[in-house]
Design a protein around this ligand. Structure first.
Ligand code: ZN
Length: 159
């Protein structure tokens, strides 16, 4: 199996059996994001505990790429500090804007999210893959700002 087939398989596996899917309580913030160019929608909740991403839950509708990416994202960020999760979000955004030029460090840090390198060759699909990540970042920032999260010191400020 070549890398492209393997990556395709990882994306389809996440699409068929989404990890952490469904909206759960407790949560600090809920957001709704849409990708109008494709028709993808996501409702996403984040719960923080002492600067750590305690839970991410979501309802994703739309194409397989947007749904699979939300699943991979939730796997990667749950249990990480908000700072580390935002770092992964930045790296994934870079990967999606790489036009398919894979950097070796992404394979270690982004795990299954590296599978989207094939998608990065298609500019029209980049927003599909980024939808879940931008919803996560938005919800986490709002949770930090609203002060519903406890003990957020050490976490970078919005903007
Ligand atoms: Zn889409």
């Amino acid at each position: 199996m070549n890398a492209e087939d393997l990556y395709q398989e990882i994306i389809l596996d996440h699409y068929r059996a989404k990890h952490h899917s469904g909206l759960r309580e407790p949560y600090a913030c809920q957001v709704s994001h849409v990708n109008p160019t494709c028709g993808d929608e996501i409702e996403l909740r984040v719960n923080l505990d002492g600067g750590v991403v305690a839970d991410v839950s979501y309802l994703a509708r739309g194409c397989s790429i947007s749904q699979a990416s939300a699943s991979v994202m939730s796997d990667l960020v749950i249990g990480k500090t908000v700072e580390a999760a935002f770092g992964l979000s930045d790296e994934f955004t870079e990967l999606m804007h790489s036009r398919g030029d894979l950097q070796p460090q992404w394979e270690d840090e982004l795990e299954d999210a590296v599978a989207f390198i094939g998608v990065a060759k298609f500019p029209a699909r980049v927003k599909c893959a980024l939808l879940g990540w931008s919803a996560f970042k938005d919800a986490a920032l709002q949770a930090l700002e609203s002060g519903t999260a406890t003990a957020t010191k050490g976490v970078p400020h919005a903007g």
